[in-house]
Design a protein around this ligand. Structure first.
Ligand code: ZN
Ligand code: ZN
Length: 169
């Protein structure tokens, strides 16, 4: 029985009781309107709370995820080039002409699908816990790159900087 059915049964029981108490039809209608309003408010509150909890849970679970570019940079070995013959995540053998493989910098290889699914939650190698670049580290690297002075070529144009006190000049 879902919650709507349950609500309806509850309401019917309450209406029955109130009729016995000799409530007028208007009083009963008003009572039902309030109950519906309360229920709707409660539902919205619960939904908002659930959304909040889900996004916190997502952040928590993905906090130590690997950066996307670092994942895409992982070497793609062919079956003969791997140190092991099985994927450490799904434990299936690597097959010639089978699923695409990726090798971590620690030289542990996995099916691409398996290791990518893993790295989205945890940037450490499932076998030896070697860590690849995290999303946070990637952001710091990108920022450093963007802020570094341009050193190549003969472009004399100075890097554009935001004016210090735009309000005073
Ligand atoms: Zn696998
Ligand atoms: Zn490893």
């Amino acid at each position: 029985m879902d919650s709507v059915d349950q609500d309806r049964l509850e309401d019917e029981a309450m209406i029955e009781t109130r009729r016995r108490w000799r409530w007028s039809q208007e009083q009963i209608d008003e009572f039902l309107r309030e109950r519906t309003r309360d229920r709707e408010e409660l539902r919205q509150e619960l939904a908002a709370e659930l959304r909040e909890r889900e996004s916190m849970e997502y952040e928590r679970r993905h906090r130590d995820r690997a950066s996307g570019p670092a994942m895409l940079d992982l070497f793609i070995p062919s079956v003969g080039e791997t140190r092991e013959q099985t994927c450490g995540v799904c434990l299936e053998d690597f097959l010639e002409g089978g699923k695409k493989l990726r090798r971590m910098p620690c030289y542990h290889s996995f099916h691409q699908r398996c290791i990518f699914d893993w790295l989205r939650f945890n940037r450490r190698c499932p076998v030896c816990r070697f860590a690849i670049t995290s999303v946070e580290e990637q952001r710091a690297l990108d920022r450093a790159k963007a802020e570094a002075p341009a050193t190549c070529g003969d472009r004399s144009e100075p890097a554009k900087r935001p004016r210090q006190n735009p309000a005073t000049d």
